[in-house]
Design a binder for this molecule. Structure first.
Ligand code: 7PJ
Length: 274
């Protein structure tokens, strides 16, 4: 079954696992790890072996303060990797981008999902997705990656994120995006303090009233380190896996993770014992 059917399958037992494949030299937590083609190939093989459902290919880091890359650079990083995944495996493919031009080229390569941290607010993005019948993940963020962690502020973080996502979904549907193609994501760590992230996590189930599959991405993020007394990124695996399990119990349909093998084990045990 394709990603499209599985993500909305009422019989789905554990969330689908989205394995992160960053092809940037400055990503959040695995900076430079996938620099060479051999390393990318190895990662794809491991994902396939582990039972990952969809690979999220990202060519521009959105971590706080990261450098912006040019369109051509991003295309050169992302497109060959998308082609490689399709050649080597039957994994579904997602492309993490907010640029309409990158979306267009990715769609031409028949990717399954566009994962947009900017929720299709770029010029032409909504109509492109509407025309192409690809799935899309709409994520909330406050501010822009360059400054979003400087002073995040909300009156009610859940309500504001909820209203933003409701508004974006409506706008996309008005542009002709099929409701069956939409996923939503509260955007942990994107213009949010630890307190904001924890509140959103507590209220995660409540996003289910919107009726769109929920994607959660907290893997190796600063919030995990903060919950553990300031652990550095290389020590956040157990915390990240734990958070993925909690997200699953609170209704997430997709979890976006670096440690896919460990996350899949934990989700299987969770399901068996619940
Ligand atoms: C997310 C993402 C997330 C979605 C990143 C990182 C930062 N896409 N892309 N949700 N985070 N949908 O992986 O730490 O939370 S990049």
């Amino acid at each position: 079954m394709k990603f499209f059917d599985r993500v909305r399958d009422p019989e789905l037992e554990i969330p689908l696992v989205m394995g992160i494949l960053n092809v940037t030299p400055d990503s959040f937590s695995d900076g430079g790890q996938y620099a060479s083609l051999d390393q990318v190939k190895y990662a794809i093989e491991q994902m396939q072996k582990s039972g990952v459902d969809i690979v999220d290919v990202g060519g521009e880091s959105t971590r706080p303060g990261a450098a912006i890359v040019t369109l051509q650079e991003e295309l050169d990083r992302v497109l060959p990797v998308v082609e490689l995944i399709k050649e080597m495996s039957d994994l579904s493919v997602s492309v993490d981008t907010y640029k309409t031009q990158v979306m267009r080229e990715a769609i031409n390569l028949d990717v399954d999902l566009i994962n947009d941290v900017n929720a299709l607010q770029a010029e032409g993005a909504e109509s492109l997705i509407a025309k192409s019948d690809v799935m899309v993940c709409l994520m909330h963020k406050q501010g822009e990656p360059a400054n979003m962690q400087e002073n995040p502020s909300y009156n009610d973080v859940f309500l504001e994120v909820f209203e933003f996502l409701s508004e974006r979904v409506k706008s996309c549907e008005n542009s002709g995006v099929s409701s069956a193609n939409i996923l939503i994501d509260p955007g942990f760590g994107f213009g949010k303090t630890l307190e904001h992230n924890v509140k959103l996590f507590e209220q995660l189930e409540q996003f289910s009233v919107l009726k769109y599959p929920i994607l959660v991405g907290v893997s190796r993020k600063k919030m995990i380190g903060e919950l553990l007394g300031g652990l550095p990124v290389e020590k956040r695996m157990v915390g990240s896996v734990s958070a993925a399990v909690v997200a699953a119990m609170k209704g997430a349909r997709v979890v976006r993770v670096h440690d896919y093998e460990e996350t899949i084990q934990a989700l299987k045990v969770m399901y068996a014992l619940l």
